[in-house]
Design a protein around this ligand. Sequence first.
Ligand SMILES: Cc1ncc(COP(=O)(O)O)c(C=O)c1O
Length: 422
Amino acid sequence: MSQPVHLSARLRDVRGSAIRDLLALTAREDVISLAGGLPGTDLLPRERIATATASALADAAVVQYGETAGLRRLRAVVAAHETERVGRAIAPDDVVITSGSQQALDLVARATLDPGDTVVVEDPVYVGALQVFQAAGAALRPVPVDAAGMDLDVLAELLAAGLRPRLVHTVSSFHNPRGVTLAAPRRARLAALADRYGFLVVEDDPYGLIAFDGPPPVPVAAHGERVVRLGSASKVLAPALRVGWLTGPPVLAAAVERLKQCTDLCGSTLTQAVAADLLADTPWFEAHLHGLRTALGRRAVALAAALHDAFGAALTCSTPAGGMFCWVEFTDGTRPADLLPHALRHGVGFVPGSAFAVGRPVDHAARLCFASSPEPMLRTAVHRLATAWREQRALRRNVEGCGRSSNCWSATPSSPTTPSRP
Ligand SMILES: Cc1ncc(COP(=O)(O)O)c(C=O)c1O
């Protein structure tokens, strides 16, 4: 090609997802992946999806284009679920079905942001949100996440000092990547701050229904109306359906629908019909959710116990109450980004915390997904991780020793078991 292809300035601002890159490496058959946020394939209801697909196909309309805002039946069942979750009536007309909730996030950003507008994001952040807001040319203001979710004292201080964001993005329940849940008083306070300062909260909630014990957390949207809620069938039914949804102020739902016309005309009528069937079949869906929560709860406990046994005090691990992620922090100076190549060689993958950092450096933390593998595989994964960690620690000590001594051989990551000679 004689002329270079011009790419937009907007694209140059979008950081590639280290996680998507990692998925290629962890797809190797010999690697147990704790990296991707993938629900375990063994927990996805393939048979029920097959019967729903077969009965959906009896209706010829299911192989046609559909309405941009989504299949009526699905909008109605999502509206009913959301009405129950937020405790006030949500009409089917206020629901837009999207291709996964990721598309909803992208359309909300495009509908509300002009380049340079400020968006508050959590730190560490859901990488998919970071990419969307970068693509929209937003000015990002990170707010730290602690054990009770986004630190609202920090947000309130920024607002009091004059910050005027258009959007505040939060993964309110069982956070990706931190695993934590925004505490109930913080939810009410966030909704009140939105009313006072005129921003919209984007409540990104694909994990809320996966609470291991007790009911799902009450949404931020239950406390106010300046909240756009994003939901997804990906974690509770199957990611391959690519069914997500948005509920929020009607003017925003209408704007998103208009932008969706530009993007893909409409979602898949077939997979929307399948999702509608499964979500409307209350006895089946409740039993399925119960099984999913129980299985994921067991996986979380198994991973945390195996980490505790293998690493002792060298690592702290959050205790997830739902969702799919464990956030670990090394207390012995280990940098997960340095550990990762060793771990991959030993057949285990994870995501270093640095992949989720926006403001503060996150050098000693990592996200481990416990959802993708059954318990015995999780224990094998931790065994491999601990072997890689011991190997890397020995190397580090050798290198540090070499730093102090002038006549020793260097050990390289490609020959990690080569002992360094004094
Ligand atoms: C917080 C969060 N939001 C949105 C998504 C996108 O999900 P979907 O498959 O519905 O597009 C994910 C996927 O991992 C996620 O973790």
